[in-house]
Design a protein around this ligand. Structure first.
Ligand code: HEC
Ligand SMILES: [Cu+2]
Length: 355
């Protein structure tokens, strides 16, 4: 009795660890096990189907195994070799046919959905088209039919199919929003992958790069911001409007133009670095420095300013190997640039950001 208790006590940290580990599963904004849209739901259905079938197989096999071990164990005084069953047609047919039937049960819905998920909505008038371009280590989102470009936060309307066209600017990456759809590789131009998803729930979903792509791969996070259709329309017109002029000293504005806008854009143009239009309304800086901890809170202006400050002061420290280098700035220049960016808000996202 004492001994058994000791064993349990020794295993306690392991159990506690497992509980802690598993309790992190199932976040509605990050988990494939907590699907938030029809594509993810069907994919979750496939997972459940295979887990149920596999569990039944394990239970039956183990039950038979235990039964045989106990029922046919060697009895005291038993020295003869039991009846051998090798070459039994009956048994061989049973253990060939049952797995085939199970595989067919798995294969039919899997194949059906593989084709359904490959459906191309890029010509569908109702769908919102987005060209996703992955970069080491950030995400660019272009809405070709709307004439809008943004980065890091993919803003989508609820209830509409989002037709995604994937490509990479450099190495292979993989686009993954676990709560909305399975992952898909981003390939170089000429070999585009397509996918789609939708959600009915307004929320901020977390996305990840799911293909090891360099030293800062683990920091290549992004968000999908699902908003109402009205908010989305307002967001699009705001994104198409003229960029907000620099506030602060003219000389700092000039410095911002020459030192920062050589790589960044505040217009709807392609650029070497992420588009900075409306950066004060984003969920994060650099994809990883969160401006609020969850979507029911307001964007924390203090956090946002600190994040911008930390990022601009030393980007390589936060994301080793990224393509933005440390730029020599005076404190005044840094403060004014942070102030401009942190207050570059978007009215359309005000309620979404709970301001
Ligand atoms: C050599 C090109 C280059 C220059 C010059 C440059 N950046 Fe960047 N910047 C980048 C790249 C590339 C990224 C994306 C880094 C990543 O996440 O991997 C970035 C990211 C950022 C981000 C985060 C954007 C987001 O969506 O979260 C901010 C803010 C930023 N830069 C501000 C500045 C400011 C301010 C300056 C001028 C002082 C500047 N950058 C100069 C290339 C540049
Ligand atoms: Cu990556």
């Amino acid at each position: 009795m004492m001994k058994r208790w000791h064993a349990v006590k020794r295993l306690l940290p392991l159990f506690a660890g497992l509980v802690l580990l598993l309790s992190a599963c199932g976040r509605a904004d990050l988990s494939a096990l907590n699907p938030q849209g029809p594509v993810a739901e069907k994919q979750f259905g496939l997972m459940q189907l295979s887990i149920i079938i596999m569990t039944l197989v394990v239970i039956v096999v183990f039950a038979i195994c235990f039964y045989v071990v106990v029922r046919y164990r060697r009895k005291p005084g038993q020295n003869d070799i039991p009846k051998q069953v090798e070459g039994s047609h009956k048994l061989e047919i049973i253990w060939t046919v049952i797995p085939i039937i199970l595989l067919i049960i798995l294969a039919v819905p899997t194949l059906k959905y593989v084709f359904a998920f490959a459906e191309d909505y890029s010509k569908d008038k109702e769908a919102v088209k987005v060209n996703v371009t992955s970069h080491q280590y950030w995400w660019e989102f272009e809405y070709p039919e709307l004439g809008v470009r943004t980065a890091q936060d993919l803003v989508i309307p609820v209830g509409k199919k989002i037709a995604i066209n994937l490509k990479t600017q450099d190495v292979l990456h993989s686009f993954w929003v676990p709560a909305l759809a399975g992952k898909m590789d981003t390939n170089p131009e000429g070999n585009k992958n397509k996918m789609f998803f939708e959600t009915a729930k307004e929320n901020v979903y977390r996305g990840k790069c799911a293909e090891l792509c360099g030293p800062s791969h683990a920091f290549m996070d992004f968000k999908v911001k699902a908003v109402s259709e009205a908010t989305f329309t307002a967001w699009v017109s705001e994104m198409k409007a003229e960029p907000k002029p620099f506030v602060g000293d003219a000389a700092v504005g000039e410095k911002f133009k020459t030192s920062c806008l050589s790589c960044h854009a505040v217009e709807n143009a392609g650029s070497l670095g992420p588009n900075l239009k409306g950066i004060g309304a984003r969920e994060s800086v650099g994809g990883i420095l969160l401006n609020r901890d969850n979507a029911d809170e307001a964007i924390d202006q203090g956090k946002l300013e600190k994040n911008l400050h930390d990022w601009i002061a030393d980007p390589d420290k936060l994301k080793p190997g990224n393509k933005m280098h440390k730029i020599p700035l005076t404190d005044t220049e840094l403060d004014q640039i942070v102030d401009y960016l942190a207050n570059y808000k978007l009215d359309s996202l005000k309620t979404v950001n709970k301001q």
